[in-house]
Ligand binder design. Structure first.
Ligand code: NAP
Length: 285
């Protein structure tokens, strides 16, 4: 299949390329050659490559920077996504658009379903939601895949930061937020899930693709350091108030995957298994 991957040199895009390069004809559409904010740039690459599937990863992903540069966040995440959706529809291609748990407010415990009301608390979340709405309006043959707490080969990610800090000083104490909960998710797990969607052209709509199981950032850190061989690093829990950030982080961002089973799709792996596989590959001991 001819698959065009926007943002294909980003963290998720690189993993998709690794998973699919031997089985599909891939085109990486990323800056500087392709700019999703410019319809003429997209038209040129769509006309030349004639994709059958578009996987839209390109985005402004720095959530704090989105707060201070709202215009650019809307241009990339809302208008850019609308441009990609329009191009995919015009080409008759299927579209997988990558979205986020930040479309929810994250202010109550429990796993969010795909149909739960959205209420973003950040510019990043609002712009990604506007992108989702554009995909629904412009490209009927779409899958919106919401992911969260992502890490993958090469980073940057929370996992890479924690391992770097531990390597710098294995005797240090790390203070980590213990009142925000979510589903840590590897790009490999997302790639496996999207591979299953490729085999199911009948599926359309919004799906949650995070790993199974819920943990706090503090608990996640303890498992990262245990698996990476730094059990002596002291991890101390702290509260969100002790770490104020420009973009408020959701306290509860776990996503329900019941819809996968309901559609006879493979389940997502437990976050501990995905993390163990990732750390063994990224930092072999
Ligand atoms: N990372 C997470 O924790 C997380 C969580 C939930 C959802 N997501 C979503 O998952 C998707 C992939 O995330 P990621 O972490 O792989 O992102 P990433 O590493 O930041 O990659 C995004 C890629 O898009 C490129 N890009 C930026 N502006 C572009 C433009 N105008 N035209 C074409 N390409 C452009 C970037 O290039 P430059 O580097 O040159 O800017 C980068 O290569 C995104 O849609 C994100 O919103 C991520």
């Amino acid at each position: 299949m001819r698959i065009l991957i926007t943002g294909g040199r980003g963290m998720l895009g690189r993993t998709l390329v690794r998973h699919w390069q031997d089985s599909h004809d891939l085109l990486v559409a990323d800056l500087p050659e392709v700019d999703i904010t410019r319809p003429d740039s997209l038209a040129a690459v769509f006309d030349a490559f004639r994709p059958q599937l578009v996987v839209h990863c390109a985005a402004m992903t720095n959530v704090d920077a989105c707060e201070s540069d709202r215009d650019r966040a809307y241009l990339l995440n809302a208008q850019g996504t609308a441009n990609v959706a329009q191009s995919a529809a015009h080409a008759g291609a299927r579209l997988f658009a990558i979205s986020t748990d930040y479309v929810f407010s994250g202010d109550r415990p429990g796993d969010r379903d795909e149909g739960d009301p959205t209420a973003p608390n950040t510019v990043y979340g609002a712009t990604k939601l506007a992108g989702e709405d554009a995909v629904r309006a412009l490209c009927p043959d779409h899958v919106i895949a919401r992911i969260a707490w992502l890490y993958g080969a090469g980073g940057p990610s929370f996992v890479h930061t924690m391992v770097r800090l531990a390597k710098e000083d294995p005797t240090r104490t790390l203070k980590v937020v213990d009142d925000q909960f979510g589903n840590p998710t590897s790009t490999d797990a997302v790639a496996d899930a999207l591979t299953a969607f490729i085999a199911r052209p009948d599926l359309r709509g919004t799906f949650h693709l995070t790993c199974e199981g819920v943990i706090s950032w503090c608990g996640f850190t303890r498992e990262i350091l245990r698996l990476a061989g730094f059990p002596q690093v002291n991890v101390t829990p702290c509260t969100t108030e002790e770490f104020p950030r420009p973009a408020p982080r959701p306290n509860f961002s776990a996503l329900s995957k019941a819809k996968l089973a309901a559609n006879n799709l493979p389940s997502m792996p437990p976050w501990q298994d995905a993390l163990a596989r990732f750390i063994a590959a990224e930092w072999p001991q």
